[in-house]
Write a protein that binds this ligand. Structure first.
Ligand code: PHE
Length: 337
């Protein structure tokens, strides 16, 4: 029996040394000192040896069991200390995975800059629905059902009275209905039109709308605000011009151009050899629109403007295809850091 115990100890020593994994250690622990382990087995065998030998052998076996226990718990402690080195537990010295921090989308960049500029001029920001009533999108903007101006803004209709808004101008009407003058708001967001996709058209795009209504608001207020905006977005040296333009909800109405930054207004391919780039529609709020919203058009006047965000971004950053904004190509998007 003595021999057997010595052998067991010897065998255990050989097993324990090369162990590198916690689960292997656990297995060996069970094999030797577990409920059905070798040592337990041998303790039971003591009953079979001559009575006078039992105490000695019992002592020896118990001592061996304690030694085995000690060696195993030392090894366990070692494993806990080696967290960094051990293969089974993660290595804190390995460089972390790249989480791929995103960049702000160029459309969002323009929206943020625009909001900042107009907030600085005393405008308030209002948000409106993309699913809009025909009344706010057209009717309340002086565009009745049979008006030819609707042809340019065919939309996606949910039913004859509900559509995806074709412009942010409905927020003019919604705001005036809700509050008395003075009004100074800007509203931005997605708009939808039934357009075929090409380098300058997508059926979804973004607009920025502005409206100011008060006593004695004049065309020169509009020109001042727009000119300041253009200079802040495109640069101080850029010129701004207003051409007559038609929108049913403004009178007089204007198209606003900014001088071409590539040729400094001399004329080049990018501005169609005119020296000017069209950037927005604007004008003095039509008296019909004021009246329909419940304002007294004898006492109040106002101006409004609306522009496409994609167009502003394309001109500002020199982007030649609107589709780039929506293809989510990282080679494009990460250029706007
Ligand atoms: N909503 C017009 C458009 O989408 C732009 C505009 C807004 C024109 C406000 C005049 C005043 O074309």
């Amino acid at each position: 029996m003595k021999e057997k115990i010595a052998q067991l100890k010897e065998q255990f020593n050989q097993r324990i040394d090369p162990i590198e994994h916690r689960d292997e250690l656990e297995r060996v622990k069970n094999e030797y000192i577990g409920r059905k382990g070798y040592v337990t087995q041998m303790l039971k065998e003591i009953a079979l040896i001559p009575k006078e030998d039992r105490p000695k052998i019992g002592q020896l076996l118990n001592k061996t069991k304690q030694e085995i226990q000690h060696i195993i718990s030392e090894k366990e402690k070692n494993f806990s200390k080696q967290v960094g080195k051990s293969k089974e537990i993660f290595d804190i010295t390995i460089p972390g995975r790249n989480f791929g921090m995103g960049t702000v989308h160029p459309i969002e960049l323009i929206l943020r800059q625009t909001q900042e500029i107009f907030l600085g001029m005393g405008f308030r920001f209002v948000d409106g629905p993309e699913i809009e009533l025909d009344y706010y999108n057209f009717e309340g903007l002086n565009i009745p059902k049979d008006h030819p101006a609707r042809d340019d803004q065919d939309s996606f209709y949910i039913n004859p009275e509900v559509l995806l808004r074709t412009q942010t101008s409905p927020m003019q009407v919604r705001t005036m209905e809700k509050q008395p003058a003075p009004v100074r708001i800007i509203s931005t967001g997605k708009c939808y039109r039934r357009d075929s996709i090409d380098s300058t058209h997508t059926p979804m795009f973004h607009q920025i709308e502005g409206l100011a209504v008060d006593k004695d608001i004049s065309l020169s207020d509009l020109k001042g605000v727009i000119t300041e905006f253009c200079k802040q977005v495109f640069g101080k040296d850029r010129k701004v011009r207003f051409r007559p333009g038609y929108f049913p909800f403004v009178e007089p109405g204007a198209e606003v151009d900014v001088s071409c930054g590539l040729c400094n207004g001399k004329g080049c391919r990018s501005c169609g050899h005119t020296g000017w780039l069209e950037i927005m529609g604007a004008g003095m709020v039509h008296p019909n629109v004021l009246e329909m919203a419940g304002y007294d058009s004898e006492k109040l006047t106002g101006f409004a403007f609306g522009m496409g965000v994609e167009r502003i971004a394309m001109l500002k950053y020199g982007i030649n295809d609107i589709r780039l904004f929506f293809e989510n190509d990282l080679r494009f998007l990460t250029q706007f850091k």
